[in-house]
Design a protein around this ligand. Structure first.
Ligand SMILES: [Zn+2]
Length: 164
């Protein structure tokens, strides 16, 4: 059995797919839900307690862009631009890396909106920008699961709700 530790420290077992387990309610991400429509959902990233680190995922279990319908695409690109603009206008995040990885066969389609903050540059990590993303995630999981920081994560979620 695989386990997932959420950004707030709660632990869940994973049946087969994290994305599907969130959609069917097995993994409770209700405090981090920003927006949903018939096709997609926008939530705080599951594991990393970085305020403004958001994820758009499909409701259907698909893996890649190749499986999106034209209806999905219209909805998705509207949400991508709204999310990126909202991060800047509402949260003051000037720089974002937008990442989609096909991953393994069980990967559930999702897009990361990774926010860059000045404190990340102060971490002495190798690499530059997207190379650093995984190291910053690891750092956040090891150091930022504090009550104060989790409040910041939820505050960013609640502020973004007015964006859609
Ligand atoms: Zn899935």
């Amino acid at each position: 059995m695989k386990y997932l530790t959420l950004y707030d420290g709660r632990k869940f077992s994973i049946d087969s797919c994290i994305g599907c387990d969130i959609y069917n309610g097995k993994i409770d991400m209700s405090k981090s839900l920003i927006y949903e429509n018939d096709f997609f959902r926008i939530i705080q990233d599951t594991e990393n307690p970085i305020p403004g680190f958001f994820v758009i995922s499909s409701k259907r279990h698909i893996r890649t862009f190749n499986e999106l319908t034209s209806e999905d695409l219209y909805s998705l690109f509207r949400l991508i631009t709204k999310t990126r603009k909202g991060m800047e206008k509402i949260l003051g995040i000037k720089k974002v890396s937008t990442i989609q990885e096909d991953g393994n066969e069980n990967m559930h389609f999702h897009i990361w909106f990774f926010p860059w903050y000045p404190w990340m540059n102060e971490l002495n990590l190798n690499g530059y920008d997207t190379e650093k993303v995984r190291s910053i995630m690891k750092y956040s999981q090891e150091n930022l699961r504090t009550d104060e920081n989790i409040r910041k994560v939820h505050s960013a979620v609640n502020l973004m709700k007015s964006n859609y």
